[in-house]
Ligand binder design. Structure first.
Ligand SMILES: O=C1O[C@H](COP(=O)(O)O)[C@@H](O)[C@H](O)[C@H]1O
Length: 235
């Protein structure tokens, strides 16, 4: 049974204020408890206003390591690069922003193995995995396609895999690397942001369907043991 609490906002700006506050609090609590924080941030368009507000928080950023929840196999100067968007905001503040794909990666299976090896070096588990969701119900880069089962059901110790979505999403039709379900569910805190009625319906159904869900986010969340905060803005 997924324990989810919904937080509703009229618009993206209102949601950004609240989520930046929550993420800042999670980071501060980790710094107080352990002297360092590890957080995984989503890519795509929804998180940008939150990043902008979070950047104003008075946080000891040099003790914060940030990884993307997933990335596209593109060059770091490509507008589709998730880590580039994260780095633009948080590198100047002194945070350690760690890419999970390398410039040279072409084969997504090899890229997934390389990402997993990099993540094995980190102080695990993450204090936060913040997820987005696509209209098709993908989360991080866990998509329908030939690699779905490996991302969901691979060995528990594996933190990242390479995936080729099928069908390819029109907004970013490229191979990717993603945190696995096990890596996501290992997080101390999981938070989701999304906007619009269509995505809300997809997520509500995914949660209701649980392990029988036909969309990736339902399958990921079905095994979550921690309560999940879902932040939704109407626009
Ligand atoms: O492709 C991706 O899409 C999801 C959702 O992005 P959004 O723009 O619809 O918010 C995102 O969470 C993921 O990190 C990204 O790679």
């Amino acid at each position: 049974m997924i324990e989810a609490e919904w937080w509703d906002y009229d618009d993206a700006d209102e949601m950004a204020d609240a989520v930046a506050g929550d993420v800042g609090f999670i980071i501060e609590s980790a710094l107080d408890a352990r002297g360092q924080a590890l957080i995984a941030l989503p890519g795509g368009k929804t998180p940008a206003p939150v990043f902008a507000k979070l950047a104003n928080a008075k946080i000891k950023w040099k003790n914060v390591t940030i990884i993307p929840t997933d990335d596209r196999l593109v060059a770091v100067n490509d507008p589709l690069s998730n880590v580039a968007m994260i780095a633009r905001t948080f590198l100047p503040l002194g945070a350690r922003v760690m890419p999970i794909v390398s410039e040279a990666a072409t084969d997504h299976h090899a890229a997934g193995k390389a990402a997993d090896a990099r993540l094995q070096d980190l102080h695990w588990p993450p204090d936060l995995v913040w997820l987005g969701m696509g209209a098709d119900g993908h989360t991080a880069s866990i998509f329908a396609g030939p690699d779905l089962d490996e991302a969901l059901n691979g060995p528990k110790a594996r933190r990242a895999v390479g995936v080729l979505p099928d069908p390819l999403p029109p907004e970013a039709p490229v191979a990717r690397v993603t945190l696995t379900r096990a890596a996501i569910l290992s997080a101390r805190t999981i938070l989701i942001t999304l906007s619009g009625d269509a995505k809300r319906k997809v997520l509500e159904k995914a949660i209701a369907d649980g392990p029988l869900s036909t969309v990736p986010i339902g399958r990921v969340l079905a095994d979550a043991e921690q309560p999940i905060d879902i932040h939704w803005s109407a626009a």
